[in-house]
Design a protein around this ligand. Structure first.
Ligand SMILES: Cc1cc2nc3c(=O)[nH]c(=O)nc-3n(C[C@H](O)[C@H](O)[C@H](O)COP(=O)(O)O)c2cc1C
Length: 186
């Protein structure tokens, strides 16, 4: 596929097949992150590749947050168990974290660089016949979630990336043409 084809046909994948994702495939995707532009070559990214135990632990931490809205204790426990199980069942889960520079300007640049890397990863995965779904949210700061991941103290989790072979390719919603958002400044 051309780069433009990869960019325009990539979609967030919600359902994966059972196909196992190999260490080599994960390393190729992480290698794509490392090729991203990063100012001053700070290489801020840190990767956590989760196995079944830690995936379930992270899922249970997420489930606990969801369960807070459920009054019945049995139903709340069922939510925790279900989210834990669904995360264990994922073919792959990668956490991208970044180091937190003392300099706020560098910190912001590092956050931006991490997202450039994450897009590289998503595009590389798609080119390899795999799919990704990016997940973010307050869970990334939750002590239970962080413990499950084993993220180092002082690092910021930027994204949780579910990865696997797509069960099907979603159509994707139409995007506006760039012209709708463009001002050509003389
Ligand atoms: C910064 C960022 C955070 C995202 N967080 C979530 C998330 O927490 N949960 C989710 O289901 N999708 C999340 N997504 C995926 C978007 O919802 C998705 O990209 C969007 O719906 C467009 O669909 P597409 O990726 O198939 O083009 C996130 C995407 C980005 C760029």
């Amino acid at each position: 596929m051309s780069v433009m084809d990869v960019i325009t046909t990539r979609r967030s994948i919600k359902n994966f097949t059972d196909r196992v994702i190999t260490k080599d495939e994960i390393e190729q995707m992480l290698g794509a992150v490392c090729q991203a532009p990063n100012h001053r070559l700070t290489e801020p990214w840190r990767f956590y590749v989760l196995g079944p135990e830690s995936r379930e632990g992270y899922g249970r931490a997420l489930g606990m947050r969801k369960a807070k809205k459920v009054e019945d204790p049995e139903a709340a426990q069922a939510v925790i168990d279900k989210v834990g199980r669904s995360h264990r069942a994922l073919p792959g889960m990668i956490i991208v974290a970044i180091t937190q520079n003392e300099n706020l300007e560098i910190r912001e640049e590092d956050f931006a660089a991490a997202w450039m890397g994450i897009q590289n990863l998503s595009l590389a995965a798609h080119d390899m016949g795999l799919g990704t779904h990016l997940k973010t949210g307050a869970i990334m700061d939750d002590p239970n979630g962080r413990t499950a991941v084993g993220v180092a103290e002082g690092e910021r989790i930027v994204a949780v990336i579910e990865v696997g072979e797509p069960e099907s390719m979603p159509e994707g919603r139409a995007r506006c043409a760039s012209g709708d958002w463009t001002t050509w400044v003389p």
